[in-house]
Write a protein that binds this ligand. Structure first.
Ligand SMILES: [Zn+2]
Length: 274
């Protein structure tokens, strides 16, 4: 790895962050998040890492725009718009960035597998959220199977799960192409089952995300709208929200971060065992 790769990586990440801001995919703080996560991934995992991160960033930004107005009326979690902020960028890309640093410094294959699976998990969850909301059937809570309102944390549907599978598969496929083209990777990853393993880990992580959402994630209640919400201290109507269930500190960003770590850990464990 050339010593110039890291500064070049941060410069490219800054460029993409500014473009993302101008295209309204990122908020101001989201640009900082893109520079940190993108800079580390581009800088330490090179072109192959960049291909994975850009596949995630571009596909999830495009899906956020897809049927935007319809989603806003369907579920309130979409009302904050499609711009990602710092916490969201770190929640989705933080685990991948740490794996990228490990990969760049050691070239141990487990770091690369972890990087792929962390991004597969982030992509699976984003696709499930953005497309699952358009499901013609009401979601069911992953913990007890009860039918819940569209957009409820922890609710899953066949559509959302299929979208999660497709999102995970896209990252695994990109990683597979990178393995074919990048000699550093092809020499250490001669296994055809690596893409299957990454796809599985990404899908499993998105279900784990839903499980946390249904059980321990902090959920609040707005007495004015009579609705459950992830928002605190104020609901979008302006009224204060009160704790309903879950651990107070465990907000949606921490849940996303935990899911990407779980995805990486799942893939690494399977890769080491097989
Ligand atoms: Zn309200």
């Amino acid at each position: 790895m050339s010593i110039f790769q890291v500064p070049i990586g941060f410069a490219l990440a800054a460029l993409i962050g500014v473009l993302g801001y101008r295209r309204r995919a990122l908020s101001r703080s989201g640009v900082a998040g893109a520079i940190v996560t993108g800079g580390l991934i581009f800088g330490f995992a090179g072109l192959s890492g960049a291909a994975l991160l850009l596949t995630f960033f571009l596909s999830s930004s495009a899906l956020s725009r897809f049927k935007e107005s319809q989603k806003e009326s369907l579920a309130e979690k979409f009302s904050k718009g499609s711009q990602r902020d710092l916490a969201q960028a770190l929640a989705n890309g933080g685990a991948a960035a740490l794996c990228a640093v490990g990969w760049g410094l050691t070239h141990g294959p487990l770091w690369w597998v972890g990087l792929c699976a962390a991004l597969a998990a982030a992509n699976a969850d984003t696709w499930a959220t953005e497309l699952g909301v358009l499901s013609p059937h009401a979601p069911r809570l992953v913990s007890n199977g009860k039918t819940v309102e569209v957009g409820t944390s922890g609710g899953i549907s066949l559509w959302g799960t299929a979208a999660a599978l497709a999102g995970s598969l896209l990252i695994a496929f990109t990683a597979f192409i990178a393995t074919l083209l990048d000699p550093t990777l092809s020499s250490i990853l001669p296994y055809t089952y690596t893409p299957i393993l990454i796809t599985f880990a990404g899908l499993a992580a998105s279900l784990f995300d839903s499980l946390l959402g249904a059980t321990v994630q902090a959920i609040y209640y707005c007495d004015v709208c009579r609705k459950e919400t992830e928002r605190h201290p104020l609901h979008r109507c302006g009224a204060p929200t009160r704790p309903l269930r879950g651990w107070r500190w465990l907000d949606n960003d921490w849940v996303n971060f935990a899911a990407t770590v779980a995805g990486a850990a799942c893939a690494v464990a399977l890769w080491a065992l097989l």
